[in-house]
Design a protein around this ligand. Structure first.
Ligand SMILES: Nc1ncnc2c1ncn2[C@@H]1O[C@H](COP(=O)(O)OP(=O)(O)OP(=O)(O)O)[C@@H](O)[C@H]1O
Ligand SMILES: [Mg+2]
Length: 311
């Protein structure tokens, strides 16, 4: 498999403060690769270096073998980016926006019509192509923003949080467009702070926090990093009373309590479960039990100490 993107120890400082602290990645051709991280993790800064919008202050990156600084023009021809901040002309129609970007990217005149039509089709905006962008919903604008990156027929597409603030229907369209690109052999680098999105869409995920990649792999590989493998969730009555002392019970790795819900992290749920009934702190208090495997969310909290839902 050939590499669509390689970064080695990529760094970027702003006024002496390091926003990206040595990112090394290898993305295979045809892969949907996710960068998952909270606000300020350094996702956009990483993408901006790869897309040659800003220079690295250290390290290297190659797009299909073309160095983003030394071969900048060659690298630029191979990639395109749908930025986090939309870049659209509100008084032009969807089609006119795409035509504008096709000209900007130097698409030969004879090919422009087909590229624009393909991009409209790809993001399912053909039926609204003659309406001005001002009249589009937020989700439609995000889709057009993605379409604008497609008119140059890039082999690597960088999508920076493409679903933030979009309606569920547009989210489905964006997912479909991304999956369709993969079937065409296009490589996708996708940033998000939505765990479920990374889990559903991405072949591999890098978890990023404070400028560093803290873990990288497929979802099963990331789940395997956890010290625990299951979560036992107990609903208790009376709801508000704290439960003490369970941390000491054999097989319990971590305890969390929020209101009536008690979560016990373990690698041996089937052994632990029967013992819980006779625990003095729980006796007569358990009204509901749920056992589930650890999620990407658990891994994220274990690795970063942060809860992405708070973002
Ligand atoms: N132009 C800039 N000048 C100074 N600091 C910057 C600039 N751009 C980003 N930063 C800082 O670099 C760090 C990483 O920012 P970045 O935008 O890359 O994060 P992010 O993961 O994309 O966050 P978000 O999820 O909010 O988009 C942050 O601390 C941010 O304040
Ligand atoms: Mg960002």
């Amino acid at each position: 498999m050939s590499a669509a993107l390689v970064t080695k120890n990529l760094r970027r400082s702003y006024d002496g403060r390091e926003a990206v602290r040595g990112v090394s990645l290898e993305v295979n051709e045809g892969e949907i690769f996710g960068i998952l991280g909270p606000n300020g993790a350094g996702k956009t800064t990483t993408l901006s270096m790869i897309s040659t919008r800003i220079w690295p202050t250290g390290g290297d990156a190659w797009v299909f073998g073309k160095h983003v600084v030394k071969d900048v023009h060659a690298a630029r021809r191979l990639l395109n980016v749908a930025p986090q901040e939309e870049a659209l002309y509100p008084t032009l129609t969807g089609q006119e926006n795409l035509e504008f970007f096709a000209r900007l990217y130097g698409v030969p005149k004879a090919e422009r019509g087909r590229r624009v039509a393909d991009a409209l089709e790809g993001v399912e905006l053909t039926s609204r192509k003659d309406d001005i962008v001002q009249s589009y919903s937020g989700g439609m604008r995000r889709r057009l923003n993605l379409g604008c990156a497609l008119v140059s027929a890039p082999r690597l597409v960088l999508l920076d949080e493409p679903t933030v603030g979009v309606d569920p229907q547009s989210r489905v369209h964006i997912f479909e467009a991304v999956r369709k690109l993969r079937t065409q052999g296009v490589t996708i680098l996708y940033t998000t702070h939505y765990l479920a999105e990374a889990e559903d869409l991405c072949d591999r995920i890098a978890i990023m926090d404070e400028g560093n990649i803290v873990a990288l792999g497929t979802v099963p590989e990331l789940l395997g990093l956890s010290k625990t493998s299951e979560v036992i969730e107990l609903r208790l009555r009376p709801p508000a009373e704290r439960v003490e002392g369970l941390q000491a019970v054999e097989g319990v790795q971590r305890v969390e309590q929020s209101g009536p819900l008690l979560r016990l992290y373990t690698s041996r749920a089937e052994e632990l479960l029967p013992r819980l009934w006779s625990e003095p702190a729980l006796e007569g208090r358990i009204v509901q039990v749920r056992v589930s495997p650890v999620s990407l969310e658990t891994i994220f909290i274990e690795l970063t100490g942060k809860d992405l839902r708070d973002e």
